[in-house]
Design a protein around this ligand. Structure first.
Ligand SMILES: *Cc1c(COP(=O)(O)O)cnc(C)c1O
Length: 426
Protein backbone atom coordinates (compact mmCIF):
# COMPACT_ATOMS: atom_id res chain seq x y z
CA UNK A 1 0.00 0.00 0.00
CA UNK A 2 1.45 3.38 -0.88
CA UNK A 3 1.37 6.29 1.53
CA UNK A 4 -1.54 8.00 -0.18
CA UNK A 5 -3.68 4.86 0.18
CA UNK A 6 -3.07 4.13 3.80
CA UNK A 7 -3.39 7.75 4.84
CA UNK A 8 -6.74 7.89 3.08
CA UNK A 9 -7.91 4.84 5.06
CA UNK A 10 -6.80 6.61 8.23
CA UNK A 11 -8.66 9.74 7.22
CA UNK A 12 -11.82 7.88 6.32
CA UNK A 13 -12.04 5.40 9.20
CA UNK A 14 -9.95 6.34 12.23
CA UNK A 15 -10.84 8.72 15.02
CA UNK A 16 -7.79 10.54 16.32
CA UNK A 17 -7.85 12.24 19.75
CA UNK A 18 -10.39 15.06 19.92
CA UNK A 19 -10.98 14.99 16.20
CA UNK A 20 -13.76 15.28 13.69
CA UNK A 21 -14.35 12.66 10.98
CA UNK A 22 -15.22 15.55 8.65
CA UNK A 23 -12.14 17.48 7.55
CA UNK A 24 -9.92 16.17 10.30
CA UNK A 25 -6.73 18.10 10.97
CA UNK A 26 -4.06 16.28 8.89
CA UNK A 27 -2.01 13.63 10.67
CA UNK A 28 1.66 13.00 9.89
CA UNK A 29 2.87 9.44 9.23
CA UNK A 30 5.65 8.40 11.62
CA UNK A 31 7.78 5.38 10.76
CA UNK A 32 10.42 5.42 13.48
CA UNK A 33 11.64 7.37 16.48
CA UNK A 34 15.09 7.64 18.06
CA UNK A 35 16.28 9.83 20.94
CA UNK A 36 14.37 13.10 20.71
CA UNK A 37 13.58 12.60 17.00
CA UNK A 38 10.44 11.38 15.24
CA UNK A 39 11.06 10.18 11.69
CA UNK A 40 8.30 10.77 9.16
CA UNK A 41 7.67 8.56 6.17
CA UNK A 42 9.22 11.09 3.78
CA UNK A 43 12.48 10.77 5.74
CA UNK A 44 12.23 14.12 7.52
CA UNK A 45 13.06 14.25 11.22
CA UNK A 46 11.26 16.26 13.87
CA UNK A 47 12.42 17.04 17.40
CA UNK A 48 9.57 15.95 19.66
CA UNK A 49 8.76 18.90 21.91
CA UNK A 50 5.81 17.03 23.45
CA UNK A 51 7.57 13.82 24.62
CA UNK A 52 4.46 12.09 23.24
CA UNK A 53 2.24 13.86 25.77
CA UNK A 54 4.60 13.99 28.78
CA UNK A 55 5.61 10.35 28.66
CA UNK A 56 8.83 9.80 26.68
CA UNK A 57 11.18 11.27 29.28
CA UNK A 58 14.28 9.28 28.21
CA UNK A 59 13.75 9.64 24.46
CA UNK A 60 12.65 6.99 21.95
CA UNK A 61 14.15 3.60 21.21
CA UNK A 62 16.22 3.59 24.38
CA UNK A 63 18.52 0.54 24.57
CA UNK A 64 17.94 -0.09 28.29
CA UNK A 65 14.16 0.15 28.00
CA UNK A 66 14.19 -2.02 24.87
CA UNK A 67 16.29 -4.60 26.71
CA UNK A 68 13.91 -4.66 29.69
CA UNK A 69 10.86 -5.22 27.56
CA UNK A 70 12.58 -7.77 25.30
CA UNK A 71 13.80 -9.82 28.20
CA UNK A 72 10.32 -9.86 29.74
CA UNK A 73 8.81 -10.71 26.35
CA UNK A 74 10.96 -13.84 26.23
CA UNK A 75 9.43 -14.95 29.55
CA UNK A 76 5.78 -13.89 29.21
CA UNK A 77 3.94 -10.97 27.66
CA UNK A 78 0.91 -11.13 29.87
CA UNK A 79 -0.91 -13.14 32.50
CA UNK A 80 -4.08 -12.32 34.40
CA UNK A 81 -3.53 -10.67 37.79
CA UNK A 82 -6.49 -12.32 39.50
CA UNK A 83 -5.00 -15.12 41.59
CA UNK A 84 -1.56 -14.79 39.97
CA UNK A 85 1.36 -12.49 40.53
CA UNK A 86 4.79 -11.86 39.02
CA UNK A 87 8.11 -10.23 39.77
CA UNK A 88 7.79 -7.21 37.46
CA UNK A 89 4.66 -6.09 39.39
CA UNK A 90 6.26 -6.68 42.79
CA UNK A 91 9.49 -4.94 41.81
CA UNK A 92 7.58 -1.96 40.46
CA UNK A 93 5.37 -1.71 43.55
CA UNK A 94 8.42 -1.80 45.80
CA UNK A 95 10.17 0.89 43.77
CA UNK A 96 7.10 3.15 43.71
CA UNK A 97 6.65 2.85 47.47
CA UNK A 98 10.29 3.81 47.93
CA UNK A 99 10.26 6.92 45.72
CA UNK A 100 6.79 8.34 46.47
CA UNK A 101 6.06 10.27 49.67
CA UNK A 102 6.18 8.31 52.90
CA UNK A 103 2.93 6.58 53.99
CA UNK A 104 1.86 5.70 50.45
CA UNK A 105 2.29 1.94 50.68
CA UNK A 106 -0.55 0.28 48.81
CA UNK A 107 -0.41 0.05 45.05
CA UNK A 108 -3.26 -0.54 42.62
CA UNK A 109 -2.19 -1.08 39.00
CA UNK A 110 -4.35 0.46 36.29
CA UNK A 111 -4.21 0.42 32.51
CA UNK A 112 -4.35 4.18 31.89
CA UNK A 113 -4.34 7.50 33.68
CA UNK A 114 -8.10 7.94 33.43
CA UNK A 115 -8.60 4.55 35.06
CA UNK A 116 -6.16 5.50 37.84
CA UNK A 117 -8.39 8.51 38.54
CA UNK A 118 -11.54 6.35 38.49
CA UNK A 119 -9.88 4.00 40.96
CA UNK A 120 -8.83 6.90 43.20
CA UNK A 121 -12.40 8.24 43.28
CA UNK A 122 -13.81 4.78 44.02
CA UNK A 123 -11.27 4.29 46.81
CA UNK A 124 -12.18 7.60 48.43
CA UNK A 125 -15.92 6.91 48.29
CA UNK A 126 -15.52 3.33 49.52
CA UNK A 127 -13.30 4.53 52.38
CA UNK A 128 -16.12 6.72 53.72
CA UNK A 129 -18.69 4.00 53.08
CA UNK A 130 -16.54 1.61 55.11
CA UNK A 131 -16.22 4.26 57.82
CA UNK A 132 -20.00 4.48 58.15
CA UNK A 133 -20.19 7.86 56.40
CA UNK A 134 -21.70 6.84 53.10
CA UNK A 135 -23.13 10.35 52.60
CA UNK A 136 -19.60 11.48 51.67
CA UNK A 137 -19.71 10.86 47.90
CA UNK A 138 -18.99 14.21 46.29
CA UNK A 139 -15.68 15.58 45.15
CA UNK A 140 -14.22 19.04 45.38
CA UNK A 141 -11.77 20.23 42.77
CA UNK A 142 -10.54 23.44 41.17
CA UNK A 143 -11.46 24.97 37.83
CA UNK A 144 -9.21 24.45 34.76
CA UNK A 145 -8.31 20.92 35.81
CA UNK A 146 -7.96 17.83 33.64
CA UNK A 147 -8.19 14.30 35.02
CA UNK A 148 -9.05 12.10 32.04
CA UNK A 149 -11.79 11.25 29.59
CA UNK A 150 -13.82 8.52 31.29
CA UNK A 151 -17.03 9.55 33.06
CA UNK A 152 -15.81 9.66 36.65
CA UNK A 153 -12.66 11.53 35.63
CA UNK A 154 -14.52 13.79 33.21
CA UNK A 155 -16.87 14.87 36.01
CA UNK A 156 -13.91 16.56 37.74
CA UNK A 157 -12.45 18.14 34.60
CA UNK A 158 -13.16 21.82 34.07
CA UNK A 159 -16.91 21.98 33.28
CA UNK A 160 -16.46 24.27 30.27
CA UNK A 161 -13.43 22.74 28.55
CA UNK A 162 -14.63 19.28 29.63
CA UNK A 163 -17.95 19.94 27.84
CA UNK A 164 -20.07 18.93 30.83
CA UNK A 165 -23.13 20.45 29.21
CA UNK A 166 -23.38 17.59 26.68
CA UNK A 167 -23.39 14.94 29.42
CA UNK A 168 -24.90 16.90 32.28
CA UNK A 169 -27.82 14.49 32.73
CA UNK A 170 -25.56 11.54 33.50
CA UNK A 171 -22.42 13.12 34.97
CA UNK A 172 -22.25 13.23 38.75
CA UNK A 173 -22.13 16.87 39.81
CA UNK A 174 -19.23 17.90 42.00
CA UNK A 175 -17.97 21.13 43.55
CA UNK A 176 -15.59 23.43 41.68
CA UNK A 177 -13.57 26.11 43.42
CA UNK A 178 -11.98 28.98 41.50
CA UNK A 179 -8.59 28.02 40.11
CA UNK A 180 -5.71 29.49 42.13
CA UNK A 181 -4.31 32.71 40.71
CA UNK A 182 -1.02 32.86 42.64
CA UNK A 183 2.05 32.47 40.45
CA UNK A 184 4.50 29.69 41.34
CA UNK A 185 7.01 31.94 43.14
CA UNK A 186 4.74 34.86 44.10
CA UNK A 187 3.95 35.95 47.65
CA UNK A 188 0.95 34.16 49.14
CA UNK A 189 -2.37 35.96 49.25
CA UNK A 190 -4.89 34.37 51.60
CA UNK A 191 -7.70 35.52 49.27
CA UNK A 192 -6.67 32.85 46.82
CA UNK A 193 -8.01 30.02 48.96
CA UNK A 194 -11.35 31.63 49.91
CA UNK A 195 -13.43 29.99 47.19
CA UNK A 196 -12.01 26.55 48.03
CA UNK A 197 -12.37 27.05 51.77
CA UNK A 198 -15.96 28.28 51.49
CA UNK A 199 -17.05 25.22 49.51
CA UNK A 200 -15.35 22.93 51.98
CA UNK A 201 -16.93 24.67 54.97
CA UNK A 202 -20.38 24.43 53.42
CA UNK A 203 -20.26 20.91 52.02
CA UNK A 204 -17.61 18.86 53.86
CA UNK A 205 -20.27 16.50 55.20
CA UNK A 206 -20.95 15.26 51.69
CA UNK A 207 -17.42 15.58 50.27
CA UNK A 208 -15.35 12.39 50.11
CA UNK A 209 -12.20 13.89 48.62
CA UNK A 210 -10.50 16.82 47.02
CA UNK A 211 -8.82 16.01 43.72
CA UNK A 212 -6.36 18.24 41.93
CA UNK A 213 -3.19 18.40 39.87
CA UNK A 214 -0.44 19.81 42.10
CA UNK A 215 1.40 22.98 40.89
CA UNK A 216 0.76 22.48 37.21
CA UNK A 217 -2.63 21.98 35.59
CA UNK A 218 -2.13 20.21 32.27
CA UNK A 219 -4.68 19.74 29.51
CA UNK A 220 -7.29 21.90 31.30
CA UNK A 221 -5.30 25.07 30.62
CA UNK A 222 -1.58 24.65 31.35
CA UNK A 223 -1.73 26.80 34.48
CA UNK A 224 0.97 26.96 37.13
CA UNK A 225 0.26 27.90 40.75
CA UNK A 226 2.09 28.24 44.04
CA UNK A 227 3.00 25.50 46.54
CA UNK A 228 1.40 27.45 49.41
CA UNK A 229 -2.03 26.82 47.87
CA UNK A 230 -1.39 23.10 48.22
CA UNK A 231 -0.26 23.45 51.82
CA UNK A 232 -3.51 25.30 52.57
CA UNK A 233 -5.50 22.60 50.77
CA UNK A 234 -3.82 19.85 52.80
CA UNK A 235 -4.48 21.70 56.05
CA UNK A 236 -8.15 22.31 55.20
CA UNK A 237 -8.66 18.68 54.12
CA UNK A 238 -7.36 17.53 57.50
CA UNK A 239 -9.46 20.08 59.36
CA UNK A 240 -12.69 19.11 57.57
CA UNK A 241 -11.99 15.37 57.33
CA UNK A 242 -11.82 15.11 53.58
CA UNK A 243 -9.30 12.95 51.69
CA UNK A 244 -6.77 14.50 49.33
CA UNK A 245 -6.20 12.88 45.94
CA UNK A 246 -3.26 14.26 43.97
CA UNK A 247 -3.26 13.57 40.26
CA UNK A 248 0.42 13.53 39.31
CA UNK A 249 -0.18 11.69 36.04
CA UNK A 250 1.42 14.59 34.15
CA UNK A 251 3.68 16.07 36.84
CA UNK A 252 5.17 12.83 38.19
CA UNK A 253 8.71 11.58 37.56
CA UNK A 254 10.55 14.89 37.63
CA UNK A 255 8.65 17.06 35.17
CA UNK A 256 8.28 20.06 37.51
CA UNK A 257 11.83 19.82 38.90
CA UNK A 258 11.16 17.51 41.84
CA UNK A 259 10.43 13.81 41.47
CA UNK A 260 6.81 14.58 42.40
CA UNK A 261 5.29 18.07 42.37
CA UNK A 262 3.78 17.65 45.86
CA UNK A 263 7.32 17.61 47.29
CA UNK A 264 7.59 21.33 46.53
CA UNK A 265 4.73 21.97 48.94
CA UNK A 266 6.00 19.35 51.36
CA UNK A 267 2.60 17.68 51.53
CA UNK A 268 1.53 14.04 51.30
CA UNK A 269 -1.73 13.04 49.63
CA UNK A 270 -3.97 10.23 50.88
CA UNK A 271 -4.21 8.92 47.33
CA UNK A 272 -1.76 9.52 44.48
CA UNK A 273 -2.31 8.84 40.76
CA UNK A 274 0.66 8.27 38.45
CA UNK A 275 0.77 7.42 34.76
CA UNK A 276 2.16 8.95 31.56
CA UNK A 277 5.97 8.90 32.18
CA UNK A 278 5.69 5.78 34.38
CA UNK A 279 6.87 3.48 31.58
CA UNK A 280 9.06 6.10 29.88
CA UNK A 281 6.34 6.28 27.23
CA UNK A 282 6.63 2.64 26.17
CA UNK A 283 3.26 1.26 27.21
CA UNK A 284 0.02 2.32 28.81
CA UNK A 285 0.29 1.80 32.55
CA UNK A 286 -0.82 3.82 35.55
CA UNK A 287 -1.05 3.33 39.30
CA UNK A 288 -3.11 4.55 42.21
CA UNK A 289 -1.24 4.55 45.50
CA UNK A 290 -2.75 4.96 48.93
CA UNK A 291 -1.91 4.66 52.61
CA UNK A 292 -2.66 1.77 54.96
CA UNK A 293 -5.30 3.77 56.85
CA UNK A 294 -7.45 3.80 53.72
CA UNK A 295 -6.67 0.25 52.65
CA UNK A 296 -7.25 -1.07 56.20
CA UNK A 297 -10.59 0.71 56.51
CA UNK A 298 -11.76 -0.58 53.14
CA UNK A 299 -10.54 -4.11 53.91
CA UNK A 300 -12.00 -4.44 57.39
CA UNK A 301 -15.56 -3.32 56.61
CA UNK A 302 -18.10 -4.82 54.20
CA UNK A 303 -17.76 -5.59 51.34
CA UNK A 304 -14.08 -5.92 52.49
CA UNK A 305 -12.78 -6.02 48.94
CA UNK A 306 -11.97 -3.22 46.57
CA UNK A 307 -14.17 -3.74 43.55
CA UNK A 308 -11.92 -3.11 40.57
CA UNK A 309 -9.73 -5.31 38.37
CA UNK A 310 -8.96 -4.53 34.72
CA UNK A 311 -8.17 -7.41 32.36
CA UNK A 312 -4.68 -6.11 31.64
CA UNK A 313 -3.97 -5.12 35.23
CA UNK A 314 -0.21 -5.04 35.99
CA UNK A 315 0.76 -6.19 32.51
CA UNK A 316 4.26 -7.71 32.91
CA UNK A 317 5.74 -5.99 29.85
CA UNK A 318 4.52 -2.62 31.09
CA UNK A 319 5.69 -3.26 34.66
CA UNK A 320 9.14 -4.39 33.54
CA UNK A 321 9.68 -1.35 31.34
CA UNK A 322 8.38 0.90 34.15
CA UNK A 323 10.97 -0.57 36.53
CA UNK A 324 13.69 0.03 33.95
CA UNK A 325 12.47 3.57 33.27
CA UNK A 326 12.42 4.56 36.95
CA UNK A 327 15.89 3.10 37.52
CA UNK A 328 17.18 4.91 34.45
CA UNK A 329 15.69 8.17 35.73
CA UNK A 330 17.15 7.79 39.22
CA UNK A 331 20.59 6.92 37.82
CA UNK A 332 20.55 9.91 35.46
CA UNK A 333 21.41 13.50 36.41
CA UNK A 334 17.69 14.32 35.99
CA UNK A 335 17.69 17.27 38.41
CA UNK A 336 20.49 19.04 36.53
CA UNK A 337 18.90 18.23 33.18
CA UNK A 338 15.52 19.62 34.19
CA UNK A 339 17.07 22.67 35.87
CA UNK A 340 19.03 23.31 32.65
CA UNK A 341 15.88 22.99 30.51
CA UNK A 342 14.02 25.31 32.89
CA UNK A 343 16.80 27.90 32.76
CA UNK A 344 17.04 27.81 29.00
CA UNK A 345 13.26 28.00 28.53
CA UNK A 346 13.04 30.94 30.95
CA UNK A 347 15.91 32.82 29.27
CA UNK A 348 14.51 32.42 25.79
CA UNK A 349 10.73 32.43 26.25
CA UNK A 350 10.11 34.97 29.02
CA UNK A 351 11.34 37.91 26.85
CA UNK A 352 8.49 37.03 24.42
CA UNK A 353 5.93 38.13 27.01
CA UNK A 354 6.22 41.67 25.64
CA UNK A 355 4.98 40.63 22.18
CA UNK A 356 1.50 42.05 21.49
CA UNK A 357 -0.01 38.65 20.57
CA UNK A 358 1.27 36.97 23.76
CA UNK A 359 -0.91 36.92 26.88
CA UNK A 360 1.48 35.11 29.21
CA UNK A 361 4.63 33.00 29.33
CA UNK A 362 4.99 30.30 31.97
CA UNK A 363 7.91 28.03 32.71
CA UNK A 364 8.20 25.34 35.39
CA UNK A 365 10.74 22.52 35.34
CA UNK A 366 10.86 20.97 31.87
CA UNK A 367 7.62 22.66 30.76
CA UNK A 368 7.35 25.88 28.73
CA UNK A 369 4.03 27.52 27.90
CA UNK A 370 3.20 30.40 25.57
CA UNK A 371 -0.36 31.60 26.08
CA UNK A 372 -1.62 33.68 23.19
CA UNK A 373 -4.37 36.26 23.24
CA UNK A 374 -6.32 34.49 20.48
CA UNK A 375 -7.11 30.84 19.69
CA UNK A 376 -4.61 29.17 17.38
CA UNK A 377 -5.33 27.56 14.01
CA UNK A 378 -3.87 24.19 14.99
CA UNK A 379 -3.58 22.81 11.47
CA UNK A 380 -1.62 25.81 10.16
CA UNK A 381 0.58 26.16 13.21
CA UNK A 382 1.36 22.45 13.35
CA UNK A 383 2.35 22.55 9.68
CA UNK A 384 4.68 25.50 10.30
CA UNK A 385 6.36 23.64 13.14
CA UNK A 386 6.82 20.55 10.98
CA UNK A 387 8.50 22.68 8.31
CA UNK A 388 10.85 23.97 11.01
CA UNK A 389 11.71 20.40 12.05
CA UNK A 390 9.91 20.28 15.37
CA UNK A 391 6.83 18.48 16.66
CA UNK A 392 4.58 20.71 18.74
CA UNK A 393 0.83 20.30 19.06
CA UNK A 394 -0.89 23.42 20.37
CA UNK A 395 -4.41 23.50 21.76
CA UNK A 396 -6.84 26.38 22.20
CA UNK A 397 -4.61 29.46 22.63
CA UNK A 398 -1.65 27.55 24.01
CA UNK A 399 1.69 26.59 22.46
CA UNK A 400 3.48 24.46 25.02
CA UNK A 401 6.35 22.01 25.21
CA UNK A 402 7.53 19.35 27.64
CA UNK A 403 10.45 17.70 25.83
CA UNK A 404 12.28 14.49 26.74
CA UNK A 405 14.77 15.22 29.56
CA UNK A 406 17.66 14.12 27.32
CA UNK A 407 17.16 17.01 24.89
CA UNK A 408 20.45 18.89 24.34
CA UNK A 409 20.71 22.70 24.63
CA UNK A 410 21.17 22.91 20.84
CA UNK A 411 18.07 20.78 20.17
CA UNK A 412 16.07 22.82 22.64
CA UNK A 413 17.23 25.98 20.87
CA UNK A 414 15.83 24.60 17.63
CA UNK A 415 12.49 24.07 19.39
CA UNK A 416 12.36 27.52 21.01
CA UNK A 417 13.55 29.24 17.81
CA UNK A 418 10.65 27.56 16.02
CA UNK A 419 8.20 28.72 18.70
CA UNK A 420 9.43 32.30 18.42
CA UNK A 421 9.31 32.21 14.64
CA UNK A 422 5.76 30.83 14.64
CA UNK A 423 4.53 33.21 17.36
CA UNK A 424 5.86 36.11 15.28
CA UNK A 425 3.61 35.06 12.38
CA UNK A 426 0.45 34.99 14.51
C1 LIG B 1 -3.26 12.57 30.77
C2 LIG B 1 -3.84 12.80 32.10
C3 LIG B 1 -4.84 11.96 32.62
C4 LIG B 1 -5.45 10.82 31.81
O1 LIG B 1 -4.51 9.85 31.48
P1 LIG B 1 -4.81 8.84 30.24
O2 LIG B 1 -3.67 7.89 30.29
O3 LIG B 1 -4.82 9.70 29.02
O4 LIG B 1 -6.11 8.21 30.51
C5 LIG B 1 -5.31 12.22 33.88
N1 LIG B 1 -4.83 13.23 34.62
C6 LIG B 1 -3.87 14.06 34.16
C7 LIG B 1 -3.36 15.16 35.03
C8 LIG B 1 -3.35 13.88 32.88
O5 LIG B 1 -2.42 14.72 32.42
Amino acid sequence: MNQQDWLSIDKKHIWHPYSSMHNPIPVYPVVAAEGVYLELEDGSKLIDGMASWWSVIHGYNHPQLNAAINSQLDKMAHVMFGGLTHRPAVELAELLIKITPESLEQVFFCDSGSVAVEVAIKMAIQYWYASGQSEKQKLLTIRSGYHGDTFGAMAVCDPISGMHNIFSHILPSHYFAEAPTCKHDAAWDQKDIISFKTLLEQHHNEIAAVILEPLLQGAGGMRIYCPEYLRQVRKLCDEYKVLLILDEIATGFGRTGTLFACEQADIIPDILCLGKALTGGYMSLAVTLTNSKISDTISSNPPEVFMHGPTFMANPLACSVAVASIKLLLESPWQQRIAQIEKQLSNVLIPCSTLPQVADIRVLGAVGIVELKKPINIEQVQQKFVKLGVWIRPFRNLIYIMPPYIITPAELTQVTDAIIEVVNTL
